[in-house]
Design a protein. Sequence first.
Length: 452
Amino acid sequence: MGNTCVGPSAAGRNGFLANVTLWRPRGDDPTPAPALPPPSSPASDKAPDPVTIPESKPSSHHSSRSTDLPPAPASQPQAQAQDNTPAKQPAPKVKRVQSAGLLADSVLKRDVNTARLKDLYTIGKKLGQGQFGTTYLCVEKATGREFACKSIAKRKLITEEDVEDVRREIQIMHHLAGHANVVSIVGAYEDAVAVQLVMELCAGGELFDRIIKRGHYSEKAAAQLARVIVGVVESCHSLGVMHRDLKPENFLFVNQKEDSPLMTIDFGLSIFFKPVELITEVIAESLSEEEIAGLKEMFKMIDTDNSGHITLEELKTGLQRVGANLMDSEINALMEAADIDNSGTIDYGEFIAATLHINKVEKEDKLFAAFSYFDKDGSGYITQDELQKACEEFGIGDTRLEDIIGDIDQDNDGRIDYNEFVAMMQKGDNPLGRKGYQSNGNFGLGDALKLR
């Protein structure tokens, strides 16, 4: 091959056949072979070494080795042994990544041989494809009922986190079992190559596809679907679950009927969370250190037995102590609303959340009352004339109302609607409290109405 030559050269003067010695088999004839003429080079009892011919100039070995004899038969086994030596395999250039799913004894943490999917179900056509899994139609052999089977390939579970995600998805589906708008899980199975989740079959297709097919929904129909979706989210959050992948593709209809139930699917990215942990983050972002300290003292005052939890009786007593005279039904409603985890008591995080909510509602009530005060004719807008009258009542003179309305009026219609009013009052630097817009410098309508 190439420039490597082994054996007699073909460049002799008399041609190739003149330099070939024919060997004839002699069988059992003991007669010794006739003496051979001496070779032109020293005799050798092994195969000649390979010779590489340089490309730049002809080799000088052609003429000197033109009368070389073929190698002796005794040397053939040695040559064959050299040829049969296995070549060293080059090291792979691509590093193989071990799959945590394949390395795990069991993704489901149980004996994979206890129950096998193919023994109980017949796998049918492909229904859908996701990042980690493929969904197939499957039929229960014992009953003939149709289900959906999501098959998750273990080789795609590269990290331990991927394995934990599958385990958590199964846990969350069992945790949410029984909800009318969450797809039901029937069972989970595992073999050497995949984890299979058998679920309720939703044959009506995706919400996304139905939106595209219809082109648009009426306001009433859209509201009905939105109510279902928000209800699922509320239920998930109340049970400490965040879906984290809400989109029209993850809502399926049970059948093709117009009034088909809508089901939530794909909890692969979902997580468990503790409402109190989330509340703590909100507290840190919403309150100052002084406000947090005051709420802690109030919680301690109501929690008379220092258990860290407020009971219904402690709540009643505490509210009476601060001068809040509420009916039992109102206190029960307050307790139910504040008790996020349904434990029957209110812990510190739940207490803070309820307090923040009440303060927000009260502030919104004050804002609406203030807007209604300005909106004398109840039109839903504050005009320049109405604003002028309010300023005169509060003793705010020399005010450039055109500039104020220009700063607040986002849609430039010459008047202030409720949303524009709220946005103005919630700003730390609003026109009604800005120096130069009123006569006394730091006093504005927000201060007059005690909204700040």
